[in-house]
Design a protein around this ligand. Sequence first.
Ligand SMILES: C[S@@+](CC[C@H](N)C(=O)[O-])C[C@H]1O[C@@H](n2cnc3c(N)ncnc32)[C@H](O)[C@@H]1O
Length: 300
Amino acid sequence: MNSSEVPVLTDAELKLLQALVYQECGMHFDERRTHFLQDRLQRRLRECQLDSFYSYYRLLISEEGKYELSRLLENLTVNETSFFRNKAQLDLFQREVLEGILRHKQDRRDYSLRIWSAGCSTGQEPYTLAMLVADSMAYYYMRNPLPFEAPLPKPLVPAPWRVEILASDISYSVLRAAQEGIYTEHQMSGVDYGYRLRYFDKVGDRYAVKKAVKELVHFDFHNLKTEYLPQRNDIIFCRNVMMYFDEAEQKRLVEKFYRCLNPHGYLFVGHAESLLGLTEKFQMVHQHSGTAYQRVEVKV
Ligand SMILES: C[S@@+](CC[C@H](N)C(=O)[O-])C[C@H]1O[C@@H](n2cnc3c(N)ncnc32)[C@H](O)[C@@H]1O
């Protein structure tokens, strides 16, 4: 095949590939997004130098096609993200949700906090959460001092607290960038001077997330389509991910998130997303113009 020639994608082949993508990662390509899917499939086919989309499909479902399948899924994801995205919602997270959880946990002498950023893309969301948690902890202990002196320099998280922010994605390339934690001036546009000074080092013309912040965040691969997802979270952020799933898949995911949360835990979804009509197991919390969903506990 000449490299400029691209075989025709028949309706039957498109349906097969659409179904495979849906089955593998939950992403649903309706008529509005079929063009995008076709374009990405053509690119991958050219790269693999195959002569038909049916051969490409056969490759994807074979044992040796596992790597190509992950390459295709990476090519289909939308990775747009930013630091401090949806400020009103983050205010609700910091001022109400986190403050309440810290108080409640301290009363019970439970000093562990676990937050999961599901679909974290290049890391701006989990690092934003880490900075907000560090600030909240400092402010909380300014008002409620610990009965002993903290060692100097003060750690971001005072003992005996253990904070874990798990950040996951289906794309290995975004996870690599997130783990590196180095951002351009353009990517830093939502980060004000105070945060830049405290939580970043300047490296050439870019900004690197400080080691102490990185230590709070743990990156891992998780496909939200699978059943085995991280458990025992106090808070889950899954923003701007569900919008690429159809309603059936959204319902399944929200059900899984319910099980992945601790009792009374919180779920934050994107600005254009909502749990309305998907579940009765969460109640909406709306304050400071931000929205979150809290797990409803069944009384026995
Ligand atoms: C638009 S970004 C959102 C990033 C961030 N949560 C935010 O709101 O700024 C969506 C991310 O979800 C990831 N994603 C899509 N489908 C996924 C799946 N089935 N499992 C895990 N991550 C997925 C994509 O790779 C992408 O990085």
